[in-house]
Design a protein around this ligand. Sequence first.
Ligand code: ADP
Ligand code: MG
Length: 356
Amino acid sequence: MKIGLMGGGQLGLMMIEAAHKIGLSVTVFADSRSCPAFKLCDDFIEASFTDKNALSKFREQCDVFTVETENIPLSALDYISEKKIVCPNGEAIRVTQNRIDEKKFANSLGIPTVPFIEITASNIRDIDSYFFPGILKTARFGYDGKGQVHIEEKSQLLRNVKDLANSQYIFEKKIPLDTELSIIIVRDKDGNIASYPLAENRHENGILAESLMPANVSVDVHKLAFTYGEKIVKQLNYVGVLTVEFFLNNGKLLFNEMAPRPHNSGHQTINASVTSQFEQQVRICASLPIGDTTLKYDVRLENILGDLWFSNNSREPREPNWEELTGGVKILKLYGKNEPRVGRKMGHLITLIKER
Ligand code: ADP
Ligand code: MG
């Protein structure tokens, strides 16, 4: 069985490791071979997602297809879906590509979100003061806080909405957060559903800094997050791993965004769960039963950003002292990215806190 993986980032790398563990091979399709997945995959097709010849070869070569990023052009997903199965389906991926669509979708299922409004040429001068201060976000392609600007007052909005003709923008009320949470749900093609315990996430500058599993919140919040996640995967007829990010605001659980794939806040599952989030994704692709999601340890993840290579104000990147950082206790995972950059995710550290 050969899995066709679209995208070559670190999530792809960890999916390939999981696939190999259970004897499956992976062909990666990505626009550049300078990516973490290149070194480990069984086959690599370096081409643009608009290259029909390359896509056709890819489609012939593999039995089943998946993504490690939501930002795969729909035309490519549609092309592959004409002949082969893509997990999750293209429509589910489409919803997750756009912050406005995914929030409207959540609301349509009765799942609350932060107050938001789409910015248009006709309303931009007249946004209700209720939304201020707020956060302006591009509706598509943002990640790790990129494409976001904090806005105090209306004039700033006009200055920061740069290209209404070609981009869509969402404006969200900025709300106080008790904490941030995420749930990783798995659904197979027969409709069986499982989930990992909620993760509790702390962000710095819009980038995940630390994640604890399980989250230190009430059983009711855990249950509600699962109920929301379940509603979403059922409605989308979702097959694969889905992550839903939530805000907890004055005790109220609000949908923030979702990702059609394993998630940064689930890397702990590699070391602390019976089955990792990455293995689940490849198991579902291969029509294997959902693996056991039991968490064996309370666990903490810390992201390693490229900033670490430039500590002490050095201009040239310097390899961090890993022994010092792990203290002989933390488990280090590096993604093999060629170039450390400030704000770029380079790897992570795992601490197994206590056996459960
Ligand atoms: P990204 O795709 O970059 O993860 P998010 O919408 O999740 O985009 O925003 C990144 C982080 O910014 C969130 O995890 C949260 O810490 C903060 N944030 C985003 N939107 C809001 C909001 N409306 N109110 C308060 N904080 C927010
Ligand atoms: Mg987010």
